[in-house]
Write a new protein. Structure first.
Lengths: 329, 329
C-alpha cells in the first residue's frame, strides 16, 4: 500500500491512500532509522518526508512502520449499478454526478469486454448486461444515502442510462459489488492455458479527457485482437487495462500499452496513476515530466542513497542515460 | 498558501490546503525550472516532488506556478454557533460530532478571552456570550445540511451546551461567522498603544489531547497576566495562540509560547500545525522529530541547494549545530 497510490476503489470522496498516511518509520540506506513525523492530523514542521518515501518503491529507504489516520465507519452504505449504451454515455453520467457535487464514495467503470469476462468466467452469481457499466458506492446517514441514490438515478437516466439498480439489503449490496471485485480475476479465469499471462497496468488523465482516452484505447485493443478489458476509477481520471497474452502475443500487448501511455501523456496525463514506475515505465518519465524534473528526482535518490544500494535503477536511472539510450517515443 | 499548511478554516471535511495542490512549477537554486507533476488527480510517476516543495518555506526553490484541484460549490451551506460552560464541554461536543461521522465543513473553537475581545473591540455587529464557543460550518444538499444541524444540535445539548443558534438566511449566516473571522483583528484592536505587538503562533496535537493542551495553555496564559486568546481548528487538533505584548512583556510571552510548544511535543504533537518553522521554531524540530530526521531534512536541503543560496538556515540549520548550541528544552 505504501508503495503505490492504489486506493483499491475510487478515491473521489476519501482521497488516495497516501493521504491517509500520517507518518512512517524508515530505515535509510546507511542504516539510520528515522520517523518522518508525529501523529497530529496537521503539521508544518519541516519538509514533508512522509510523502518523499510514499511511492518511492523501495529506492529511498525501507518502510518498517506506518501511522494511519482513522475514520468513522459510515452509519449507512449502499451500492448501485448502472449500464449504458456507450462509454461516452457512462462518462457523461459521471461528469454530471461530479458537477452536482454528490459526495459518492466510489464510481467505478467496467467496459463491455470486462462485463463479458465476468459473465463467461462465472466468477459472480448472476448474469450481467454486457455493456459499459458504472458501479456506485454511497455512504452517509440513511437519508443522505437515499438522497444521493435518487439524484444519481436521475442523472443516469438523463445520460441515456439503459438500467439502474440499487441494492435492497446487505446481501444484494454484496452481490452488486461482486462484479467490480471480480474484474481482474474474471480475466485471469479466461486463460487458455498455463502459458497465458495477464498484464495489468494503469494511466490517469485529467477527468475531462477520460472518455477520449478510454475510447481510443478500446479501439486499439479491439484492433489488436487480444482479450483486453478496461476497469476505471472514473472519479480520478484513472483506469486500468487488463490484457491476456502469451509469448507470441507479447509484442502486440506491449504495443497497445505503449500507445496507451503515450496517449495519456499527450492528454496532460500521467504514465501511472497507482501502479508505479518500476523498470518498465522508467524511461517514460522524461516524456511526462521533462528531463530537468527527472534529474531533480535523481538528486533526491542520490541524497538518500549515494551508494545506490536500494532497488538501484528502479523508478529513475541513477546515471543520466546516454543520448539515444531512452526508448523512442 | 503554498508556504504553509494553513487552511484558513478547519480542514475536517476538505483536508488541508496542501492536499489541493496538484503540481508546482519551481525554479531551483541553480536556475533550473522544473514542473513537479502533470495535472491528473492521481499519479504515481516518480517521487512526490510537489510535496517536497510545499511548506519548504522558500529553502528548496522558488514556486512560480501552482495547479490546484477544483471542487464544486456546495448546493447549500449554513453556520451554527454553540456556547459552552467550559472548554471540556466544548471539546466533548466536538469529539461526539467526529465520532458520529457528521461531515461538517468546519469546526472552530474560540475561548472566553477571544469572545471577550470580540465584544470589547466591537469588530462585529452583535454582543456574544463570553464563554467558550464553537462555530460550525455545514455544506451539502439543503436536506443534508438540515440533517447535520439537527444532529449537531442534539450532541451540543448532550455536552451541556448553553446555547445553540443556526442561521436563517444568508445575512444571519454572515453575522454568525463574523466572530470567527474577527478573532485575530479583535485582539489587534485591543492594543494599548503603538508599542504593543501581537504574536500569533500554533501547535497541533492528536485530537484526543486537544482539551488537555488547551486547558494547560489557558491556565499558563492566565498566570502570565497577558491578554492572550485561543482560536482552534478543533477537527484537526490544531490551535492558535494570539498574544498581546510589549517589549517589557516579551520574555513572559516567549515563556508562554515555549511551554505551549514543549507541551505539544510531549503529547505526541507538532511544534507547528500551519504557521511553519522559520527561525523561531527551528531548534524545536530535533525535540519533535529526533536528530536523525532533522539530518535527513538537511540532506534534502543540500541536495537541492548545495551552495545554501535559498533562505539559508531557515527551517533547518544547514550545518549540524555544535553540542550545547541548541536551546535548552
Amino acid at each position: 500500500m505504501v508503495g503505490t497510490g492504489c486506493s483499491g476503489t475510487n478515491a473521489y470522496r476519501y482521497g488516495t491512500m497516501r493521504e491517509w498516511v500520517l507518518s512512517l518509520t524508515v530505515v535509510l540506506a546507511d542504516g539510520t532509522v528515522i520517523k518522518t513525523r508525529q501523529r497530529p492530523r496537521k503539521s508544518s514542521a519541516g519538509y514533508d518526508l512522509t510523502r518523499v518515501f510514499i511511492g518511492s518503491e523501495g529506492t529511498l529507504g525501507l518502510v518498517t512502520e506506518a501511522t494511519l489516520k482513522l475514520t468513522v465507519r459510515p452509519q449507512s452504505e449502499n451500492v448501485a449499478v448502472a449500464s449504458f449504451a456507450s462509454i461516452q454515455n457512462a462518462a457523461e453520467c459521471v461528469t454530471k454526478v461530479v458537477e452536482a457535487g454528490i459526495p459518492v464514495a466510489g464510481v467505478e467503470i467496467l467496459d463491455d469486454v470486462q462485463m463479458k469476462c465476468i459473465n463467461a468466467s462465472q466468477t459472480t452469481s448472476r448474469q450481467w448486461k454486457e455493456s459499459p457499466t458504472i458501479f456506485f458506492k454511497f455512504t452517509g446517514t440513511p437519508s443522505a444515502v437515499k438522497e444521493q441514490i435518487s439524484m444519481v438515478q436521475k442523472l443516469a437516466a438523463n445520460a441515456s442510462g439503459k438500467s439502474f439498480e440499487f441494492a435492497r439489503g446487505a446481501e444484494e449490496m454484496k452481490e452488486l459489488w461482486s462484479a467490480r471485485k471480480q474484474a481482474l480475476w474474471s480475466v485471469m479465469a479466461m486463460r487458455r492455458g498455463p502459458e497465458d499471462r495477464v498484464w495489468t497496468t494503469d494511466v490517469a488523465v485529467p477527468m475531462s479527457r477520460l472518455p477520449d482516452i478510454i475510447d481510443a484505447t478500446k479501439e486499439d485493443m479491439t484492433k489488436s485482437g487480444l482479450l483486453a478489458g478496461i476497469c476505471g476509477h472514473v472519479g480520478d481520471g484513472n483506469f486500468h487495462a487488463i490484457i491476456l497474452f502469451n509469448e507470441s502475443e507479447k509484442k502486440v500487448a506491449e504495443g497497445v500499452i505503449h500507445r496507451m501511455v503515450k496517449r495519456a501523456v499527450e492528454m496532460e496525463g500521467t504514465v501511472t496513476g497507482e501502479h508505479g514506475v518500476g523498470l518498465v515505465k522508467r524511461d517514460y518519465l522524461a516524456h511526462e515530466l521533462g528531463e530537468t524534473t527527472v534529474d531533480a528526482m535523481r538528486r533526491l535518490k542520490l541524497a538518500f542513497d549515494p551508494l545506490r544500494l536500494l532497488n538501484c535503477d528502479k523508478v529513475i536511472r541513477t546515471e543520466q542515460p546516454a543520448p539515444g539510450e531512452i526508448k523512442e517515443w
